[in-house]
Design a protein around this ligand. Structure first.
Ligand code: PTJ
Length: 254
């Protein structure tokens, strides 16, 4: 992604990282990768990130460990990729998939052939071997009407664990009803997806995905009993509550 618009901004600017991500998103929108609503979603994420102190919290680290345990134990793990994910972490998501042999599947709410093509190219350029989600006659996830109901036969449809960053609540619910474990990354601990998912990592995607990859590599060396223990010791609702408590404390700080 071109960052030439950033040339006029001093890297020492206190909001440099945030400004950089904004430019990445604007360029991704211009390149047809991101939906216009993706920019709005990014803004909402920014607001929550600000309240979280723009850093990975201990609760997010705990959620990453649980998510990594699910991914390591999975038979058919799949990473669902939308416009925001392709814009923010293309190399990182491809690398995470490669480390654990997971499949990558494009799944868009605002689906157009042009966006699917653009996101496919981003993932291929980032080194992906195979990208699912382009099938003419995909399976459907029951209970969903939007293009999000699409599911590749060898991907989301037959998966046991799905990582769905920046998801909408309906699809997370529908996937859970299909007995899948749903892992998400969402800066909003109050979103329906956050509350529905099996594991919610409340963190910025740009920080979370590289950390998650490290956790997967670490846990690949552990035995199954230890991985199951990590899963049993994780409680999504409690973790979200602790995150929300921290967010409120930060908000109340003078
Ligand atoms: O690419 P498409 O067509 O599939 O559309 C993707 C969007 C994101 C536009 C679509 O899924 C959507 O409208 O999502 P929502 O309902 O706005 O939810 C997005 C959630 O992601 C919100 O709760 C945001 O707080 C959160 N979010 C935004 N940016 C980030 C984020 N979470 C983690 N990291 C971010 N960088």
């Amino acid at each position: 992604m071109s960052l030439k618009n950033l040339d006029n901004i001093n890297p020492n600017h206190p909001r440099y990282e945030s400004l950089k991500l904004r430019y990445v998103m604007v360029e991704a929108y211009k390149a047809g990768i991101l939906a216009d609503s993706g920019l709005i979603a990014h803004g909402r994420g920014e607001a929550f990130d600000y309240l979280l102190g723009e850093r990975t919290t201990p609760m997010a680290k705990k959620a990453m460990e649980a998510a990594a345990a699910y991914l390591v134990l999975a038979q058919n793990p799949v990473i669902s990729v939308n416009g925001n994910t392709a814009a923010l972490v293309p190399e990182e998501i491809v690398s995470l998939a490669a480390v654990m042999g997971a499949k990558l599947e494009i799944n868009l709410f605002y689906r157009t052939p042009g966006r699917v093509k653009a996101i496919y190219k981003v993932l291929k350029d980032a080194g992906a071997d195979e990208v699912l989600g382009l099938e003419e006659n995909p399976e459907k996830i029951p209970g969903l009407e939007s293009p999000r109901s699409r599911a590749s036969r060898e991907g989301v449809y037959s998966s046991d664990v799905v990582l769905v960053p920046l998801e909408d609540g309906d699809r997370a619910e529908a996937l859970i009803l299909q007995d899948k474990k749903v892992l998400t990354v969402d800066l909003n601990p109050l979103s329906r997806t956050s509350k529905t998912a099996t594991v919610t990592i409340v963190d910025n995607l740009v920080r979370a995905i590289p950390c998650l990859e490290k956790e997967v590599i670490r846990l690949q060396k552990e035995d199954k009993i230890q991985l199951k223990r990590i899963i049993d010791n994780f409680h999504n609702e409690q973790n979200l509550k602790e995150t929300l408590d921290m967010l409120v404390r930060n908000y109340m700080k003078p």
